[in-house]
Design a protein around this ligand. Structure first.
Ligand code: PEP
Ligand code: MN
Length: 361
């Protein structure tokens, strides 16, 4: 795939002076629900109305979507409000139905992006159309798989493209429903700066209270847009109730978010430096997380040493660790002096932790 301005032509054509906003319910539930939400969003920053018609559920038994019937509701919402409409397609039949109902933007769900067979089937069904396709990241943190899906569309002559960052599945339960792993979209953005990048804070968060902060981080990282699940009665939504916000909360968020609007050389410099600083913040955050994890393992070793009555300081093992780290550091252009200083500090913290454990009654 070439990195060309054409990738973002569909977005530039909107001529927005704010990030693209895609909003609407997780699922279309009833005609009244779709229309009511659309009208509440009509005068907001939202350009595109979203609603899932076919819902991929990780486990059966949950609401699986109203099916093709819901496409008529979306079409009606488009007629009444002038908003564009988008839904998720997961096979060629979905594509045909969406095209018949004038869906403007099709999105590929996280569970679909993982399957090159299905992505290829969808890409072929879209050949020769003029539709915009937004590809959600795959459930697993695999940049090549994500890019591969985008490339399948590009090769099928679908040139209006974008990606949606919705976070990644982890076995370990964290504060997120899906871990953001910001480094992945940042890498993607560095490689394809013209490919529109949209944040889906709803599926990353899985809960309402951290959606605003996720949006701000994305805007600080220069994302092009937001896709936010929005419902007039979030608590009673038929799917993803905990993470939906009301249209009026979204309108408030758009007011409160700091959006970089200036253009020109000075603004460009400011923009670039802010993006890089936010990247540093993301990495620093990861450093603390990883140091915390390391310290937890050191604690477990401390408990084991206590049970077996072994001394805290094991000089031979420590020297081995240091030797390995110095070599690895060299590969990353980190000086021996720096590695020594960092790891001495890390080691000292581990010793302090373990002594505390051993001396506790
Ligand atoms: C959705 O957008 O409602 C959805 C199912 O998303 P994802 O594919 O990211 O899980
Ligand atoms: Mn959802």
């Amino acid at each position: 795939m070439e990195n060309k301005k054409e990738l973002r032509s569909w977005l530039d054509a909107f001529g927005l002076n704010h990030p693209l906003v895609i909003a609407g319910p997780c699922s279309a539930e009833t005609e009244e629900q779709v229309l009511k939400i659309a009208h509440q969003l009509k005068d907001s920053d939202a350009t595109v109305l979203r609603a899932g018609i076919w819902k991929p559920r990780t486990r059966p038994g949950n609401f699986e979507g109203v099916g093709a019937l819901g496409l008529k509701w979306l079409q009606k919402a488009k007629e009444e409000t002038g908003m564009l409409i988008t839904t998720e397609v997961a096979n060629a039949n979905h594509v045909d139905l969406a095209l018949q109902h004038d869906v403007d933007i099709l999105w590929i769900g996280a569970r679909t992006t993982v399957s090159p067979f299905i992505v290829q089937e969808i890409a072929e069904a879209l050949k020769g159309t003029d539709k915009t396709v937004l590809v959600k990241n795959p459930v697993n943190p695999d940049l090549a798989l994500w890019l591969g899906a985008v490339e399948r569309f590009y090769t099928a002559n679908v040139k209006k493209l974008g990606v949606i960052h919705r976070g990644f599945s982890t076995y370990e339960k964290t504060r997120y429903r899906n871990n953001p792993e910001w480094q992945l979209p940042i890498d993607l953005q560095n490689r394809f700066p013209d490919l529109p990048l949209i944040l889906d804070p709803s599926h990353i968060a899985g809960r309402r209270d951290i959606i605003f902060d996720l949006c701000q981080t994305a805007l600080d990282l220069n994302y092009d847009g937001l896709m936010v699940e929005t419902h007039f009665d979030p608590d009673n939504a038929w799917s993803d109730a905990a993470q939906q916000i009301t249209p009026s909360t979204l309108i408030q968020f758009m007011d409160d978010l700091k959006i970089r609007k200036e253009t020109g050389e000075a603004a460009e410099f400011k923009n670039k430096i802010n993006t890089l600083r936010t990247q540093i913040d993301v990495i620093d955050h990861q450093l603390i997380e990883i140091l915390g994890k390391r310290m937890k393992v050191a604690d477990d070793i401390g408990s084991l040493k206590k049970v077996h009555n072994v001394a805290v300081l094991q000089t031979k093992r420590w020297n081995e660790i240091l030797g390995k780290m110095i070599l690895q550091g060299e590969e990353k252009n980190l000086s021996e002096e720096f590695i020594l200083r960092v790891f001495k500090a890390v080691h000292q913290e581990s010793i302090n932790h373990q002594e505390k454990i051993i001396n506790a009654n």
